[in-house]
Write a protein that binds this ligand. Sequence first.
Ligand code: C2E
Ligand code: MG
Ligand code: MG
Ligand code: MG
Length: 279
Amino acid sequence: QSKELGRNTYQIYDESMRRKSEQLFFLERDLRKAILKSEFIAHFQPRVNALTGETISAEALIRWEHPVMGLISPGDFIPLAEETGLIIPLGKWMKRKVCEQLVAWRKAGIPLIPISVNISSQRFLQKGFAKDLQNLLDEFQLEGKWLEIEITENSIMKNEEYILQTLRDLKELGVKIYIDDFGTGYSSFNYLKTFNIDGIKIDRSFIQNISSKSENASITTAMIKMAQHLKMDVIAEGVETKEELMYLLEQNCYHIQGYYFGKPCSIEEFEAQFLFQKS
Ligand code: C2E
Ligand code: MG
Ligand code: MG
Ligand code: MG
């Protein structure tokens, strides 16, 4: 009997594996088509200075408008895009999209705010990343200060000369660099003194229930202190409640991104809700 059970278990596993790889196959096929047809949209999420209520910048977050499945969130296709290398054209699409939007605002006489874009480590670690970004900014006649990039710790884990050079080139361009999901990677903090990082984004997992969960509170407080000593900006990500906000304000961390101030939304909604505000 146990033998039969074992075989059944194996078959179930096998069947679900087969279905999963079939789904991935179709998703990859669709993703390739979607890139050709630009079936993507950028949502913007505000970052607010909680002391003044001002929107200081925004993060651009990709969504896929699938013709049959509807809006797909990045968590459901970015991993596949990374695996298949399709993250490269996706990233290219997003950077252009953001530049186009900034130019549209400038033409309309709307004061610009920096927009930040997530850069996959695959792209960041390609040689010529900074040069390509410079070409893009030149094409749109945009100053580097309007584009910010978010990289994860694994992008700068290796202390290689060309990565240092990329970071220097970005600095030269005026493009600010943030470490995304800070605290969740495996790298040491050593890179913080080697590389000239402008700021960190404290991951949502540390912010959640910060006022009642003392481990989160001590880790977050330490991260904020460290960043302040190193003269880096700190953005707290995933702030949802008043309690979380209050705790962060007590630690002098007031650059906030999270549902408390606004979810990622369409650019039209973003303009209406966060750009045209009393200043
Ligand atoms: P991320 O860069 O860490 O972006 C923050 C994620 O947290 C976003 O999820 C955002 O919607 C979510 N978030 C923000 N505030 C809150 C909050 O208060 N509560 C909760 N529950 N969630 C909050 P999203 O848009 O699903 O993006 C997921 C991840 O996909 C991003 O994480 C980023 O790693 C990746 N991603 C998104 N767009 C791009 C892109 O254009 N290129 C690349 N390479 N990756 C992207
Ligand atoms: Mg990000
Ligand atoms: Mg993050
Ligand atoms: Mg991330």
